[in-house]
Write a protein that binds this ligand. Structure first.
Ligand SMILES: *Cc1c(COP(=O)(O)O)cnc(C)c1O
Length: 379
């Protein structure tokens, strides 16, 4: 456990907020639908193991990861539900899939053929490409799909597809999504008619759950909403969600100094003081996952006041104009993302300033920053 009294900068993960979000999301599911917790990319930067363990305490029985190593890590810490690997796994690792009871997504026919050559049995879900054109069998690849049933080493346990514009309310995007859903169901019906075993089916992720709530699948793969945030501030949601951000990013003031009117600071001297200013140096930078693109566009919270980030963000530090804040000292806590009870900086704001989505910022945070977990006891 790290000590927030001495740490230079850190990430705070609120496990009670995670439980709150999970309960809100679970309440939206049809009775026959289960939640598959998407914990890829180190649990969207929140810590793979801690997030999965909290989900398990709350009764979650299915997980999705991107890589085989994330899956193995979950098994080693005692996660015993289903674990689906969403992405590609090299066939040379087939035995590990079997040993750790991981479910592999089959991305195309060759992938299945190569995996089947191992001397073991592997559980798989077949990925169907209904229009994203990233991974999976085309919906009209019927002959190839049914050939998969001949491979004795491959046990088909499910089918899934992924929506690519379910976060939009443009007419064309809604039509596109409805077509994706229909195409997927048509394929499933045809397989059923021909008496092939289907297993579990799943289509939606976070935005699909809210914007296409009528679908009744076995699973919904929930990532970003479990972490209590939207991908972008302006994303369309059919129904407003009451979720709590799970992650905060905090730092502390390393040094306070004066900058006279007309003086410049930082790499490239890109900022020039318009008035006699007080500047704080904060020991966090792009090496910690703070995007350099928010230089001069982002803010931090100090004593409840939003202070502008000025000059270029450095690898390990950044500079903030604290002229508006009184009685400041070294060590004062700085909130980069989070809530101090009076004011809040949302990850969506930071993502907007960086011209990206919350998901990208979250997955980049914390390779160097230590994580502190709060809550999570009462379950
Ligand atoms: C990442 C991912 C998800 C989770 O998406 P969110 O929008 O974060 O809920 C679901 N399915 C697949 C295939 C993914 O790659």
């Amino acid at each position: 456990m790290i000590d927030t009294l001495t740490s230079r900068s850190w990430v705070e993960v609120d496990l009670d907020a995670l439980s709150y979000n999970l309960n809100k999301l679970l309440a939206l599911l049809h009775r026959e639908t289960s939640l598959m917790a998407v914990v890829k990319a180190d649990g969207y930067g929140h810590g793979l193991v801690a997030i999965a363990k909290q989900c398990q305490k709350l009764g979650v029985k299915a997980y999705a990861v991107a890589t085989i190593d994330e899956g193995i890590k979950l098994r080693k810490v005692g996660i015993h539900g289903e674990i689906l690997i969403l992405g590609y796994t090299h066939p040379i690792r087939a035995r590990e899939l079997s040993k750790y009871h991981l479910i592999q997504s089959i991305v195309d026919y060759n992938h299945a053929k190569m995996l089947s050559r191992c001397n073991c049995t592997i559980d798989v879900h077949i990925k169907i490409d209904s229009g994203m054109h990233r991974l999976g069998f085309a919906v009209d690849d019927y002959q190839k799909i049914i050939k998969l049933y001949k491979y004795k080493n491959i046990k088909i346990k499910g089918y899934f597809t992924h929506l690519c514009v379910s976060d939009s309310n443009k007419k064309a995007d809604i039509l596109y999504t409805k077509n994706q859903i229909n195409q997927f169901y048509q394929l499933i019906s045809r397989l059923k008619q021909d008496h092939y075993y289907i297993g579990k089916i799943h289509i939606q992720s976070s935005y699909g759950l809210i914007n296409y709530p009528k679908i009744k699948c076995d699973y919904i793969r929930i990532g970003i909403f479990m972490y209590g945030v939207k991908s972008s501030i302006n994303d369309y949601l059919k129904q407003e969600l009451d979720l709590k951000p799970v992650l905060s990013i905090k730092s502390r003031i390393a040094m306070i100094h004066n900058l006279s009117k007309g003086e410049s600071l930082g790499y490239g001297l890109t900022y020039q003081a318009k008035y006699d200013s007080v500047i704080a140096t904060i020991p966090i930078g792009y090496g910690d996952g703070i995007p350099r693109q928010i230089s001069t566009r982002g803010h931090v919270l100090i004593k409840g006041i939003k202070c502008p980030i000025i000059g270029r963000i450095c690898m390990d530090q950044m500079l903030v104009d604290v002229s508006e804040v009184n009685d400041l000292d070294n060590n004062e806590i700085v909130i980069i993302v989070g809530n101090d009870g009076h004011n809040e900086i949302r990850i969506e704001e930071l993502a907007q300033a960086a011209k990206t989505i919350s998901n990208e910022i979250l997955s980049q945070i914390g390779n160097r920053l230590p994580k502190v977990y709060v809550g999570g006891k009462g379950f």
